[in-house]
Design a protein around this ligand. Structure first.
Ligand SMILES: Cc1cc2nc3c(=O)[nH]c(=O)nc-3n(C[C@H](O)[C@H](O)[C@H](O)COP(=O)(O)OP(=O)(O)OC[C@H]3O[C@@H](n4cnc5c(N)ncnc54)[C@H](O)[C@@H]3O)c2cc1C
Length: 452
């Protein structure tokens, strides 16, 4: 009988289980509706890549990738895995766990109310009272391939999810890309890379996004920690959140596509400056709120109609990729609910949760060590994510064994690995981080007021 039932074999469930079994002699059953490990990546659009370095993603025992890119516009930056690499990695990571003899994955199975039903055979199995349930789907993203467009679609228009652009057989005179997040930016870049004229793209962007400069989110503590120190120094002095983001832009940390528009969205994926330049070539940007319906030749929008080509292909990139269902205690009597713990970097959050679960007995203490963080959406959400994430890092980081473990786990972006070569840049980053963390977080907390 399993000690744990992990619901969801995506990034969160895999990182948790990997850390758990490496630090405790326990048996784990994983269940997933999908047939394999890897979660949403198994159904993602085929041209997706991690938006950040491979090193920061995956499970703690096995690095997904750590090479520098040698060619292309990101030469010198760390590699970012593509979809086949990610899914193959999760397949190998699962096999390593299964080979311990203590982990099994039940694919094609739905979990519901302490029972698991096979979607294939229809058989239902009860979950034993002594098995601890781990909810690893609480923050599972919606993706366009599996989520209908959030607008009505007339019969005679061509609407496809992002995945569909690779299957277009006859070029339309116009593509209408709907969405403001990573899927939309990836789709625009892919269309441009395939020779689509920027003027043949209409980009429906209800909100403009702030995005992080990828060159600074690198697995190199001298670079990453200097960026964090700058961010916190700017935070301490910021009169408001909109002003803070402008300061972060001046520091080269945040990027926006249109300098004439002040973004209101801060999910803050990373973006390459080469991508920014290409995205800026798309001038037909529609900002009239959300689409209510797509008709042949026109978009019916919250703030009026917008004409489009009769043969336009509308590309749905508007699923809710980063969920904000509310922070809840990770450890509750009936379940463990995996969430981000440090700011961003969900795989590290799930991994540290697995490590703490393996090495501590008392749930109250575990909740003290790993309070939940959340994701960004509005500027305020982004600030909440950082305050909660920094507080969590201070909490678990005060435990010598966790600090030592976290310094060995590549998923941890803030680690200074034991074999790090000393440098003046790193010393400077660490000193500035020590000086600015307290005031920066205190000011961010003031700016979000009662949201904490
Ligand atoms: C396009 C895209 C790119 C991203 N890029 C990055 C990146 O570069 N870096 C980064 O840190 N984050 C990135 N993210 C975010 C990150 O991938 C997610 O936050 C994280 O991977 C989600 O993992 P998950 O395990 O929570 O969800 P999922 O991957 O969705 O896994 C949850 C699993 O639970 C299963 N499930 C759900 N309900 C049930 C049920 N009742 N019974 C059985 N199974 C169930 C689902 O089938 C699913 O496989 C990206 C997200 C998207 C959408």
């Amino acid at each position: 009988m399993a000690d744990y039932l992990v619901v969801g074999a995506g990034a969160m469930g895999m990182a948790f289980t990997d850390a758990l079994i490496d630090h405790a002699d326990v048996r784990v059953a994983m269940v997933d509706r999908r047939h394999a490990a890897g979660g949403h990546w198994l159904s993602a659009y085929p041209f997706v890549r991690l938006h950040q370095a491979s090193t920061f993603y995956g499970v703690p025992s096995t690095v997904l990738g750590g090479r520098f890119q040698e060619h292309g516009p990101e030469a010198g930056l760390h590699e970012r895995a593509d979809q086949p690499t990610i899914t193959a990695y999760y397949s190998r990571a699962l096999q390593r766990m299964v080979d311990t003899g203590r982990v099994e994955l039940y694919g094609g199975c739905d979990y519901h109310d302490r029972a698991v039903t096979s979607r294939v055979s229809g058989t239902t199995y009860a979950v034993s009272e002594t098995t601890r349930v781990v909810d690893a789907r609480y923050l599972s993203p919606d993706i366009p391939a599996e989520t209908p467009p959030p607008f009505a679609v007339a019969d005679d228009v061509h609407v496809i999810p992002a995945n569909g652009v690779v299957g277009v057989e006859e070029a339309p005179s116009q593509y209408v890309v709907v969405g403001s997040g990573k899927t939309a930016t990836d789709t625009c870049i892919w269309l441009l890379a395939h020779g689509v004229d920027p003027d043949a793209i209409c980009w429906v962007r209800p909100r403009d996004p702030w995005m992080l400069n990828r060159a600074l989110i690198q697995p190199n503590p001298a670079i990453y920690l200097a960026m964090v120190a700058n961010m916190l120094e700017a935070s301490a002095a910021a009169p408001s959140l909109p002003d803070l983001f402008l300061r972060l832009e001046e520091l080269g940390i945040m990027l926006r596509i249109d300098p004439a528009v002040t973004p209101t969205m801060a999910k803050a994926p990373t973006l390459g400056t080469w991508e920014l330049e290409q995205l800026q070539s798309i001038e037909n940007v529609v900002r009239r709120g959300h689409i209510r319906a797509v008709h042949r030749g026109r978009l019916e929008m919250e703030q009026g109609d917008v004409p489009i080509a009769d043969d336009a292909i509308v590309v749905h990139c508007a699923a809710d990729g980063l969920k904000l269902p509310g922070r809840i205690p990770l450890w509750q009597p009936d379940r463990i609910t995996l969430q981000a713990v440090r700011a961003g970097f969900p795989c590290f959050g799930a991994a540290v949760t697995g490590y703490v679960e393996a090495t501590r007995d008392d749930d109250t203490e575990k909740n003290r060590l790993c309070p939940p963080s959340s994701y960004g959406n509005t500027l305020e959400d982004w600030a909440v994510m950082n305050v909660t994430g920094f507080r969590a890092t201070a909490s678990f980081g005060a435990e010598p064994d966790i600090r030592e473990w976290a310094s060995r786990v590549a998923l941890n972006p803030a680690r200074v690995a034991p074999d790090t070569v000393p440098s003046a840049e790193l010393d400077d980053a660490l000193a500035r981080l020590a000086a600015h963390t307290g005031p920066g977080i205190a000011r961010l907390a003031e700016l979000v007021g009662g949201r904490l």
